[in-house]
Design a protein around this ligand. Structure first.
Ligand code: SF4
Length: 329
């Protein structure tokens, strides 16, 4: 491991000052960053511990929730307001990792975890990876790519984003609150992460040294009728092959509104805008659910080993919507 300094920020200004040093990294629970440092894939010169910053969950008068970025994943998933009003988020978080990891991981850190592409981690083995070494090539594109992307990938990178929590945040229309040296700003969650394009080493739209301070969940009248389904190789402690976060609002037998996001299929949590557009105003039938899923997956570009994900994603979207239709909310 490369030598580094460690400092614990007592407040946001403190964190920004320490984080302004070139090569510094913010440290949440460390459940991904420390692994990457052990593998020498990440080599920060300074770690700025931000776990003492805001870890409150504020229920606001307009019905939204404001969640401090240092909130632990377990605390968020078990919060009564989250369980009652956004069950998709509670279920997504508890579908991820292990209880021990969820106890450590923070909301801000979860958003910034990096892909689990095996070639990305294989620096010692000599695998080529544009994300580790820009311009080097991508061994996953023609290698073992069963876990890789079917949507929004590029010849430079076919990696997927590993988070479950982020899929729910994408579906719920969350907003990320940020602080930087010039002040504060807010970003729609769906704009936080990037698609790989020809610069897969750039994973977010954060500015250098910028700090995630909170995430806001807007009030969603039909949020109680929401869920998360994760399809994976084994029942626990596995990343998604495909996952679906969705919320459904019905007017009689008609879809009044719907939110759908996919995990395990792209370089970022994938908001299924096309499926949503195809479904609003349609009868809530199995045929309409299937057509909406097809509308989204029509743009899929599978790789040699992951063609199964296209049909798996279609079926999972349709199954989740059918489950929500029957849910008492
Ligand atoms: Fe690297 Fe992306 Fe290719 Fe994986 S898919 S080897 S992360 S460039």
């Amino acid at each position: 491991m490369t030598p580094f300094t460690y400092g614990r920020a007592q407040n946001v200004d403190d964190a920004l000052e320490l984080g302004a040093r070139p090569g510094a990294k913010y440290l949440g629970g460390g459940t991904n960053l420390v692994d990457l440092m052990r593998e020498t894939i990440e080599r920060p010169v300074a770690l700025v511990d931000v776990t003492q910053l805001d870890h409150e969950i504020e229920e606001r008068a307009d019905g939204s929730l404001l969640i401090g970025a240092a909130t632990r994943n377990t605390a968020l998933a078990s919060h009564p307001a989250v369980r009652a009003r956004y069950p998709v988020l509670a279920r997504a978080i508890t579908a991820g990792a292990s209880a021990q990891i969820r106890n450590m991981a923070t909301v801000g850190g979860n958003m910034l975890q990096r892909t689990r592409c095996a070639y990305f981690y294989d620096d010692d083995g000599g695998s080529r990876c544009n994300k580790r070494h820009p311009g080097q090539g991508c061994d996953a594109a023609e290698g073992i790519n069963r876990y890789h992307a079917i949507l929004g990938a590029s010849p430079s990178c076919v990696a997927t984003h590993p988070s479950d929590m982020c899929v729910a945040l994408a579906a719920l229309g969350a907003v990320v609150h940020l602080r930087n040296a010039e002040g504060e700003r807010a970003l729609p969650f769906t704009d936080l992460h990037r698609l790989p394009g020809d610069q897969p080493e750039l994973e977010t739209h954060l500015w250098p040294g910028e700090l995630i301070t909170a995430v806001e969940l807007p009030a969603l009248a039909f949020g109680a009728r929401s869920t998360y389904r994760k399809v994976r190789d084994r029942a626990s402690y596995a990343f998604a092959l495909v996952s679906v976060a969705a919320a459904l609002e019905l007017d009689g037998d008609t879809v009044k509104d719907v939110r759908i996001a996919l995990g395990g299929v792209a370089h970022k949590p994938w908001r299924a805008w096309k499926a949503e557009d195809a479904l609003r105003g349609q009868p809530a039938t199995a045929e309409a659910f299937r057509a909406a899923a097809q509308a989204e997956l029509a743009q899929a570009q599978p790789l040699r080993h992951n063609g199964f994900k296209v049909e798996l994603a279609r079926r999972t979207i349709a199954a989740v919507l059918a489950e929500l239709k029957e849910m008492k909310a």
